[in-house]
Write a protein that binds this ligand. Structure first.
Ligand code: GUN
Length: 289
């Protein structure tokens, strides 16, 4: 018997970046300008610093401008709002990302809602959320976008599939459901209050796990041959006392049953920044008409 197909997020992300590098080169010859992505980091959160560094490096790698604003943890809300306003007005800036989490004295929702929706490369602004759900051209959150690309890398046509999204966050679960509906899936959103969740998941041809609970989805919840996309990144202590990363799916179990499955790490993770670059190109194209 052959095992499941392990979906290689690193390889697919590299393909997306190569495609973006080509698009950026075409934009440069047409407009004499390249898209610019501004990333704002407030404070010293170590994980955020790593993300921001990786975002900057990959932005430059595909030929775009990376503009980084690193502000102290004491920055006031008004100062941050003023910076967002300046970036909204700057024609060299096509995409704006304010790295989360923000310090507690800052109202993150207010800051995110101040970003001009046409530059909102996170796709978190209510205008983009609404546009996504009514099927208008929108900037869509990066992680769900990357998850759909990975599912389509093994099943190019998702139409008619029963899809179950486990998790209902605004950042992943809800936009994921909207995107799968757009792909003509029959979509169920399961969550912490779902009754008999095992059997709900068991009906799915496509499972997307985004609950943030280590190894929550078990192997015997998976329909044989299903596609499993694991959005979770959880650090747990292994039997040897060392930290290790696991997803929201029990990979050892689920990989015995699934038709195709993403690993953690190396699945959805690498797709997020690749899709951020894609959104920045999309934002540039929306702004230049
Ligand atoms: N922090 C961790 N992931 C993200 C993300 O996708 N966007 C933003 N803005 N902050 C994050």
């Amino acid at each position: 018997m052959t095992g499941p197909r392990i979906i290689d997020g690193k390889a697919v992300a590299a393909e997306v970046r190569a495609e973006m590098a080509k698009k950026v080169a075409a934009i440069k010859s047409k407009h004499g300008q390249v898209p610019g992505l501004a990333v704002v980091l407030v404070g010293e959160d170590p994980a955020s610093k790593v993300y921001v560094r990786n975002k900057g490096a990959q932005t430059v790698e595909v030929g775009m401008n990376s503009i980084e604003h690193k502000l102290s943890a004491e920055t006031s809300q008004d100062e941050l709002l003023a910076l967002v306003d300046t970036l909204n007005k700057d024609p060299q800036v096509n995409g704006i990302l304010v790295q989360l989490p923000l310090p507690k004295h800052i109202d993150a929702e207010l800051v995110l809602n101040t970003i001009d929706p046409i530059k909102d490369v996170d796709g978190f602004h209510p205008v983009n959320v609404g546009r996504l759900w009514i099927g208008e051209r929108a900037l869509v959150p990066c992680t769900p976008t990357g998850s759909v690309i990975l599912a389509k890398s093994v099943a190019p046509n998702l139409s008619g599939m029963d899809a179950v999204v486990v998790g209902r966050s605004n950042i992943v679960g809800k936009p994921m459901a909207a995107l799968l509906l757009r792909e003509n899936c029959t979509v169920t959103i399961a969550h912490s209050r779902t009754r008999d969740i095992e059997n709900v998941v068991k009906k799915a041809d496509l499972v997307v796990a985004a609950v943030g609970i280590p190894e929550f989805v078990r192997g015997d919840w998976i329909k044989p041959g299903a596609i499993v996309i694991d959005v979770g990144i959880n650090r747990i202590e292994g039997p040897d006392g060392k930290g290790r990363l696991v997803g929201d799916v029990n990979f050892a179990e689920a990989s015995k049953v699934a038709g195709a499955i993403t690993p953690v790490p190396g699945g959805v993770g690498p797709m997020t920044i690749a899709c951020l670059l894609k959104n920045t190109v999309e934002a540039f194209e929306m702004q230049t008409g």
